[in-house]
Write a protein that binds this ligand. Structure first.
Ligand code: SAH
Length: 473
């Protein structure tokens, strides 16, 4: 993973003072995940480029990690981490350029506040949510952004684009400001973090975001992704940003936009409403065995465990880390044996046939289909409706028509960086009815959340019932 910063400030080699790294030397630093090499491919009066090469050791990564409750999974060995710019770069930046980030320069203190033309090039940057989000994050900060994307696999053009880009960011600014922007926004674009976060992360984000985050138009998305989608942390952060932002005092209450608070509240309520709707459908149909497909961190599983009438529960997810967190949240290891026997977590994919998915009264697929690449949907449909073939399948997915209600969402963009699509009510209906014809199910639809005239509710639910079998209503 290579990141370079170039300046044409005169004399350009001043960059070396600011970074506390002599242009004539190549330096090697060890950090917990591998090695960082810092060197200057160009260092003249006119132009100076510093390169940070991060060499992540994938085997070391796994050895460092406490083996999770799910054991070591193959995707922990084979993944993109060594090759892309991710949250590891934030750690590397603080190790390599700590003083520069803080704005300290003993030898040439006047340089700290000097704005200079800077160009940062990142060899491979994952932008989950596509190129658009890259522009939405950096352009409001005054950067000129260029990005070259790559197809997922040139042999299969219909698989579409990969999330990886080669990116150039240019701006006349201070080195410290650039480093702090990169520190925060690279993990936001990648939308994954290599470490488990706690409340200290809010302080870190406030510190690195000082002077720019509170007025950034995408601050909710930045906060949500940076804080690993922990809504309570996001809410705390937004409250503290408002406290520290003098401009907010001028905000009048008759502003048309929803406040950050309302956005979070809306989303929180929506999760609860969705889960309550799912539970009531399962209960009214007397489902005794339930599989939560794409269970994520196990929020629904926790509620299912509380329902005594449900005898057997399974949660399946493709992300082993999500399952580890689910196991922790559910305290699986501490459950008494009879409870423990009721639930199992399965590492698996919904686009591959799997015998373990069979034999359940009901399957829940909540907010998952929009994470699947469209060419994979046919496989998903067969796996769920033909192979697993439960009596009832409950599928929820966002209603794209409702996105206009969320003012923080730029027009046309999707709600989550990893969503591959979001459907209108009509699109969902067409898809669901096609499934019913092919697999002999019938479907009814329910809105999830408050319905608005003409655009519907924020989320939509399809309840599929197998026609030939004993059905649950
Ligand atoms: N159902 C949960 C989580 C939704 S997030 C809820 O309603 O809160 C989407 C989840 O789907 C993620 O945990 C993701 O890892 C999982 N997922 C995405 N693609 C998948 C696949 N092919 N097979 C299994 N799980 C998948």
């Amino acid at each position: 993973m290579l990141l370079t910063i170039t300046t044409t400030h005169q004399p350009a080699t001043d960059l070396g003072y600011l970074l506390h790294k002599h242009p004539a030397r190549c330096q090697t630093l060890s950090f917990g995940f591998g090695k960082i090499y810092i060197f200057y491919p160009v260092a003249s009066k006119e132009k100076c480029t510093v390169a940070l090469l991060m060499d992540i050791d994938p085997i070391g990564l796994i050895r460092r990690r406490r083996q999770g409750k799910m054991g070591i999974q193959p995707d922990q060995y084979v993944n993109d981490r060594p090759y892309v710019c991710s949250s590891f770069i934030s750690v590397a930046l603080t190790q390599a350029f700590r003083s520069a980030m803080k704005g300290h320069c003993e030898k040439r203190p006047e340089l700290v506040d000097t704005s200079m033309p800077l160009q940062c090039k990142i060899s491979v940057l994952p932008c989950r949510g596509g190129e658009r989000i890259l522009h939405d994050l950096f352009e409001p900060l005054g950067y000129t952004v260029t990005a070259a994307g790559y197809g997922l696999d040139s042999s299969f053009p219909d698989w579409g684009n990969s999330p990886y880009y080669t990116v150039e960011l240019s701006k006349t600014t201070t080195v410290s400001q650039l480093l702090n922007h990169l520190y925060v926004l690279i993990p936001v674009l990648d939308n994954r973090k290599h470490y488990y976060i706690d409340e200290n992360e809010i302080d870190k984000l406030l510190k690195r975001g000082e002077g720019w985050l509170s007025t950034h138009p995408a601050k909710e998305i930045i906060a949500l992704r940076y804080l690993r989608h922990k809504k309570s942390y996001m809410r705390q952060l937004l409250e503290r940003l408002i406290e520290t932002d003098p401009e907010d005092e001028d905000n009048t209450t008759n502003s048309r936009e929803m406040s950050s608070e309302e956005i979070v509240e809306t989303q929180l309520n929506l999760n609860q409403i969705r889960q309550a709707a799912i539970l009531s459908i399962l209960k009214s149909g007397n489902a005794e065995t339930v599989i939560d497909m794409g269970c994520g961190e196990g929020n629904l599983l926790r509620l299912l465990l509380r329902e005594k009438s449900i005898k057997k529960i399974a949660g399946v997810d493709v992300a082993s880390r999500a399952l580890e967190i689910a196991a922790e949240k559910l305290r699986l290891e501490d459950l008494p044996p009879r409870q423990r026997e009721r639930i199992q977590l399965l590492h698996g994919s919904l686009v591959y046939r799997d015998k373990r998915f069979k034999g359940f009264d009901a399957a829940v697929v909540s907010e998952v289909i929009e994470h699947l690449d469209p060419p994979r949907l046919t496989a998903f449909e067969r796996v769920v409706f033909q192979c697993a073939h439960p009596k009832t399948v409950i599928i929820t997915t966002p209603n794209r028509e409702y996105n206009v209600m969320w003012q923080h969402l730029p027009p046309g963009s999707l709600r989550h960086g990893d969503h591959r699509f979001e459907w209108t009510r009509e699109e969902f209906k067409q898809w669901a009815q096609n499934i019913c014809r092919r697999f002999n199910y019938e479907v009814r639809f329910l809105p999830v959340g408050n319905e608005e005239p003409n655009i519907g509710a924020p989320s939509q639910m399809g309840i599929f019932t197998g026609k030939n079998d004993e059905t649950i209503e």
